[in-house]
Design a protein around this ligand. Structure first.
Ligand SMILES: Nc1ncnc2c1ncn2[C@@H]1O[C@H](COP(=O)(O)OP(=O)(O)OP(=O)(O)O)[C@@H](O)[C@H]1O
Ligand SMILES: [Mg+2]
Length: 320
């Protein structure tokens, strides 16, 4: 559904007397198959929006090629635009028009009839918890309502391929969860393909079949959430014992099964252990035999944030 090769975009900054270049996207390859939900993750300024704008024909690439829904973004922009829905990061509703009219206009712009636009628009208002706001102007809506209206606008013409740029930013937890359900349903019931950006790792983890991580304009990872999590060196095992002396002995035992990051602080000992599930029983027996009383033990599966930290040296949350 999406195939990009060496797609790149450089911006020329016009500083006084000197020219500086920003390599916003440095030549990325992207493949998204029909029916996939793919998450595009990366910190602020990584190049997510720039990539999306090139794929949706709103911005010309400085190098590389891309086909979207079978059409070339450079030479067949009209066909590409007809085949997709796009919800931009900043939204696209005009504050003055009434929400219902706006969504119908938007549908008709894409070639569906007024009646179709109204019925699909009202259906989306229901699904996205916008009931009662059909006659309301966006300027009189809350931020989260406006965001959901943006999303409804991007979906009104039932596109087979949807680009969503940070769709859930600014939504409360309930609205986020509701939107996740809605996005999954788009795929499950309508066979739609979804390409979305997000800063939320839990979101990508819960929603996406595959994740692309971009940093400094280059793709640094592409895999399923589970496979990415397996890449980090194991589960985090944390033991709390009675005191520092016991901690030293516990660290010695944990060190035998640890793969990385063995650390002791006060009465707490932690390490990354690959396949911790298989090692825990033996570890506990060993602690028992050594007379070390365990206050608590915690095993945490690696999160996408761990993956991100591993890949980029930064935490995603630091930027969010
Ligand atoms: N029109 C522009 N002119 C100059 N530089 C730009 C322009 N648009 C984007 N950039 C720069 O390109 C880089 C990538 O920006 P982009 O908007 O793609 O990031 P992003 O990954 O979407 O970030 P965010 O998470 O903040 O939305 C940034 O350094 C940004 O300042
Ligand atoms: Mg962006």
């Amino acid at each position: 559904m999406i195939h990009a090769r060496g797609l790149a975009r450089t911006f020329e900054g016009r500083g006084r007397g000197r020219k500086d270049e920003v390599k916003a996207v440095a030549g990325v390859d992207i493949d998204v198959e029909t029916g996939e939900i793919v998450g595009f993750l990366g910190p602020n300024g990584a190049g997510k929006t720039t990539t999306l704008r090139m794929l949706t024909t709103l911005l010309k690439p400085t190098a590389g090629t891309a086909t979207v829904a079978g059409f070339d973004v450079a030479t067949q922009s009209k066909e590409v635009r007809k085949s997709i829905g796009y919800v931009s990061q900043s939204g696209s509703t005009s504050p003055e028009a009434r929400a219902g009219e706006e969504i119908m206009d938007h549908g008709m712009l894409y070639g569906i009839s007024r009646r179709q636009a109204e019925s699909r628009g009202r259906e989306l208002f229901g699904q996205l918890d916008l009931e009662g706001l059909w006659e309301r102007k966006p300027q009189a809506m809350s931020g989260g309502q406006r965001r959901r209206l943006d999303i409804a606008m991007g979906l009104v013409h039932d596109p087979q391929l949807v680009f969503l740029d940070e769709p859930t930013t600014g939504l409360d937890p309930q609205a986020r969860a509701n939107l996740w359900t809605h996005i999954s349903e788009l795929r499950d019931t309508r066979g739609a393909t979804v390409f979305l950006t997000t800063h939320y790792l839990d979101e990508a983890d819960a929603l996406c079949d595959r994740i692309l991580v971009i940093d400094h304009g280059s793709i640094v990872a592409s895999d399923t959430p589970d496979a990415l999590k397996r890449q980090v060196a194991g589960d985090l095992v944390e033991l709390v014992v009675a005191d520092a002396a016991q901690a030293a002995a516990a660290a010695e035992l944990l060190g035998r099964v640890a793969d990385a990051e063995l650390a002791a602080e006060g009465a707490t000992v932690s390490a990354r252990v690959r396949g911790a599930g298989h090692e825990i029983a033996g570890l506990i027996r060993g602690l028992d035999a050594a007379g070390i009383a365990l206050e608590s033990i915690e095993v945490r599966r690696p999160t996408l944030d761990d993956v991100f930290l591993d890949l980029t040296g930064r935490s995603l949350r630091e930027d969010a």
